[in-house]
Design a protein around this ligand. Structure first.
Ligand SMILES: NC(=O)c1ccc[n+]([C@@H]2O[C@H](COP(=O)([O-])OP(=O)(O)OC[C@H]3O[C@@H](n4cnc5c(N)ncnc54)[C@H](O)[C@@H]3O)[C@@H](O)[C@H]2O)c1
Length: 513
């Protein structure tokens, strides 16, 4: 009997339990194993019956090995979780999350699923991508929400803030994907790539009736229509020097461009990543526009701040052949003003963007592509991994990083501390912190170290306390004594398992009121 060796390039599905699968290009036939894939032995076209039996035996042994591994993992989840033996943290997902992110949650310590029935308890965290989250989908056990991506307009953030729930996002996780497209945009602006391709397909192919010899001659003859220029030595103005802008600066320098940047509200973190000695710094947007051959914008869209930040007034300051790259948001550039500049002949450069413009649609200078900036497998993986790390950090240590509604809060563990960590969300009002510390004093509970931060109406207090006998009683008493407390949560598992059981020792005022 002959065994076929031809297996087509397939789309294998990779998914974690409870997740809908994401197609991944898979050029070789694979047998899915517990976390790893193994190649099937390749059978030769001349294989005999003996070969076939050997092949089947091999497949059976792989299947048995896989089943044994799965059984061992189920029997000893603590081993996979690095010795953790408490109940699992339950994370509810609302979209298919990249397996790269899901793998960050140690098995045994976390159960992550989109199906409530598969979770061991009501969820403590919600992880989502584009799902439009409704308030009724957030049970009182939920202590945080994380969006794999930058925008959070699918989450009712003000309501979550009121309920004391931090909302996290993953800024910068897709920055490299956008940077690469910006570099492509620079070349699209400087060379007749898209125009030449369109001309070849729509004019040359048609007129030469797809005759290869004629097409080849025409391509040579008509190339003069698409002469471009090189980007080396030209000046790129980068507006906004955050995660994407900073990467664009470095990539452009590596390509031999001169770079000038403008960012009046640059964060210290972002500033550290800039090659300050190799780039120019513009004191104003106008200054940047005057010297740039290419201008790329990497600022958030804010209605009263960055709306039409490139507009009729400052376009007049630009070099006539300046090209604009906009991979941020369409409304940052005033398309109507740019159209006027093109019509009057005062501007000849291109406008490359992954956003459409109501005034420039169809204009030959406007090279528009679908909104592809962050559309790479890697960006999705990075976002999911960053989201998972953020949730774990918050649930296990109370740390807040990358929240859109809570203040950044990091209290490193105190060496030798044996008590519990109490994380309190409270109203940002005078006297609340005093009420908390006074109450703990009356209970003879010592505060070994603490941090108190605030943002808008919300304050967040993390306290490392001496050993406590009745944590739930302490939380009840705290809530009664301090009306400004919205919720409190003990984290003991960084100190001992008893106080850190996920889902226990929660006090959520809004749930009981
Ligand atoms: N095309 C896409 O698919 C895609 C993908 C991701 C992000 N984006 C867009 O890119 C933008 C930038 O993303 P990021 O990750 O670099 O954000 P970021 O927050 O890291 O950086 C934004 C920078 O803009 C600066 N800034 C704010 N207001 C400014 C102003 N008026 N003038 C000059 N600088 C100003 C900030 O100080 C910050 O350094 C996002 O807001 C988003 O709109 C687009």
């Amino acid at each position: 009997m002959m065994l076929s060796t031809k297996l087509p390039v397939s789309m294998a599905k990779v998914a974690a339990p409870g997740q809908s699968a994401r197609p991944v290009a898979c050029p070789t036939p694979r047998v899915a194993g517990a976390g790893s894939a193994r190649r099937l032995p390749v059978a030769r076209a001349t294989s005999t019956e003996g070969d076939e039996i050997a092949l089947l035996e091999k497949a059976l042994s792989i299947a048995k090995e896989r089943a044994a591994k799965a059984k061992t993992a189920a029997a000893a989840p603590a081993a996979a979780a690095g010795g953790y033996s408490g109940p699992a943290f339950a994370i509810k997902t609302f979209n298919a999350i990249s397996p790269v992110g899901l793998e960050r949650f140690p098995a045994g310590k976390y159960v992550v699923s989109g199906d409530d029935a598969k979770l061991p308890a009501s969820p403590m965290a919600i992880m989502l991508r584009s799902h439009q989250l409704k308030q009724e989908e957030v049970p009182p056990t939920v202590r945080c929400i994380v969006r794999c991506g930058a925008g959070v307009n699918n989450i009712p953030v003000p309501k979550m803030t009121e309920l004391g729930i931090p909302v996290f996002n993953t800024p910068g996780a897709n920055a490299n994907a956008v940077k690469e497209l910006v570099i492509c945009g620079l070349l699209l602006a400087s060379r007749g790539i898209l125009e030449g391709n369109k001309y070849t397909e729509e004019v040359i192919y048609k007129e030469e009736n797809m005759d290869y010899d004629k097409v080849a001659k025409r391509i040579e003859k008509d190339k003069a229509k698409f002469v471009g220029c090189e980007i080396e030595g030209k000046t790129l103005g980068v507006v906004g020097l955050g995660a994407i802008g900073g990467r664009v600066v470095n990539a452009a320098l590596a390509l031999g461009m001169k770079v000038v940047g403008y960012d009046p509200v640059l964060s210290l973190d972002a500033a550290w990543k800039l090659p300050g000695d190799r780039m120019g710094r513009a004191e104003s947007l106008e200054e940047l526009l005057k010297v740039s051959d290419y201008v790329t914008v990497h600022v958030p869209y804010i209605k009263n701040a960055t709306h039409h930040m490139i507009n009729g007034a400052n376009l007049k300051l630009c070099k006539p052949n300046v090209s604009f790259l906009n991979f941020s948001r369409g409304e940052i550039i005033d398309g109507e003003a740019l159209l006027d500049m093109y019509k009057s002949g005062r501007m000849t450069g291109k406008y490359v963007s992954d956003f459409a413009d109501p005034f420039l649609s169809g204009h030959p200078k406007h090279l528009v592509i679908p909104h592809l900036g962050a559309s790479t497998e890697e960006a999705e993986d990075n976002s999911a991994a960053m989201a998972a790390d953020t949730v774990k950090d918050f649930l296990e240590t109370g740390t807040i990083r990358n929240s859109v509604n809570f203040p950044q809060t990091v209290l490193p563990p105190k060496p030798g501390h044996v008590g519990g960590r109490l994380c309190i969300v409270n109203k940002n009002e005078a006297g609340v912190l005093g009420q908390i510390t006074t109450f703990l004093g009356t209970q003879k509970v010592n505060i070994e170290q603490q941090i108190n931060t605030s943002r808008g109406d919300i304050a967040y207090t993390v306290l490392d306390l001496s050993k406590i006998d009745d944590p739930a009683g302490l939380q009840d008493g705290l809530a009664k004594a301090c009306p400004g407390v919205i919720s409190s949560r003990f984290i003991g598992n960084m100190f001992d398992d008893e106080m850190g059981k996920p889902g226990t020792f929660f006090y959520v005022k809004w749930a009981s009121s």
